[in-house]
Design a protein around this ligand. Structure first.
Ligand code: ATP
Ligand code: MG
Length: 301
């Protein structure tokens, strides 16, 4: 389903983020991706979602070479993916409900389905009481869960979650991985970046360890590569994530504006504003029709 063939990524500023990565992930797999801050984990995910492109090598998704992907095909690729961004990328001016609902509108779901599905998914992540809040009224962990709900809401074929447990307490972390595990059991492919090695050990799934841009271990037994690299120090990974980032001083992320976030959902393959849910051909974008302000009858309460 996802194949990396000798993929390297050097950013324009000269940073070598990934080096000669080859691996494949089958449909229905659950894969943890671990490694120190700055190792290249987010870069790996961004290459899959085509937010970044490789400097060399090829990525094949469902038989399609990403190097051959046309710009207007990108929304079709993303349609199959539910993405939990490390930096959440919530739209500040929208409520929690609308932050999740707009992902459904972007693919042309009808209002009745949205009204049922959004509360259901928010309930799954424990946010049923926060539907009317705006992101800036939520804790970091709550925002993270909105981002998770948005990733799940369209039942994607593949879920790509960048540190979905980075801002929540251990119990909730456990629940989030449990939830992803259940979704995986129903057939969804799941990729999860995490620093929480306790969880990784517990769930006995495939673990890909990235160290300074290289895959240093790929294990199917829930183990990872302590000792595989000379200066690999497992303690590096057991810090609380926020401590971890503070210590490393690295965020690797920039702020995305509401408009940029909306743009990334634009043209997800449907552009009808009539809520019919029918595809209307392969129009690449629908700037006028992205319904970002909900119909009144979408609002709760
Ligand atoms: N847009 C960018 N431009 C230049 N360098 C970047 C960019 N994004 C990431 N990097 C660099 O690429 C390397 C890998 O970054 P990446 O974000 O993939 O790390 P990570 O494993 O996700 O780290 P973390 O656990 O802190 O999120 C780092 O050295 C980082 O500084
Ligand atoms: Mg990262």
């Amino acid at each position: 389903m996802i194949e990396f063939q000798n993929v390297s990524k050097t950013y324009p500023n000269g940073t070598h983020a990934l080096h000669d990565v080859s691996l494949s992930i089958d449909k229905g797999e659950f894969v943890f991706i671990v490694g120190a801050s700055g190792a290249g984990k987010s870069t790996f995910l961004k290459l899959i979602m085509h937010e970044e492109t490789p400097t060399s090598g090829e990525i094949v998704i469902n038989g399609n070479k990403l190097s051959k992907l046309r710009r207007r095909d990108v929304p079709y690729l993303r349609r199959h993916m539910g993405i939990v961004f490390q930096d959440f990328r919530l739209i500040e001016k929208m409520t929690v409900f609308d932050n999740v609902a707009f992902a459904m509108r972007a693919v042309g779901e009808n209002t009745a389905t949205i009204k049922k599905r959004v509360p259901y998914v928010l309930n799954l992540v424990g946010l049923q009481d926060k539907m009317k809040n705006k992101p800036n009224e939520l804790s970091g962990g709550e925002q993270q869960r909105v981002s998770l709900a948005r990733a799940l809401v369209n039942n994607p074929e593949i879920i790509i979650a960048d540190e979905p447990t980075g801002n929540v307490d251990p119990e909730l972390s456990h629940e989030i991985i449990e939830l992803l595990n259940e979704i995986n059991a129903m057939g969804t492919t799941v990729l999860v970046v995490t620093h929480e090695h306790e969880l990784v050990r517990e769930f006995h799934q495939r673990v890909v360890t990235i160290d300074r841009g290289r895959v240093i271990s790929d294990s199917r037994s829930g183990r990872f590569a302590a000792g595989a690299s000379e200066d690999y120090d497992e303690d590096d990974y057991s810090l609380d994530y926020n401590e971890y980032r503070e210590e490393s001083g690295f965020t690797g992320e920039r702020e995305f504006s509401d408009d940029e976030i909306l743009e990334s959902y634009e043209g997800l393959g449907y552009d009808d504003a009539d809520d019919s849910g029918e595809p209307d051909g392969d129009s690449p974008s629908y700037p006028d029709n992205v319904v970002i302000v909900p119909d009144d009858d979408d609002r709760l309460g």
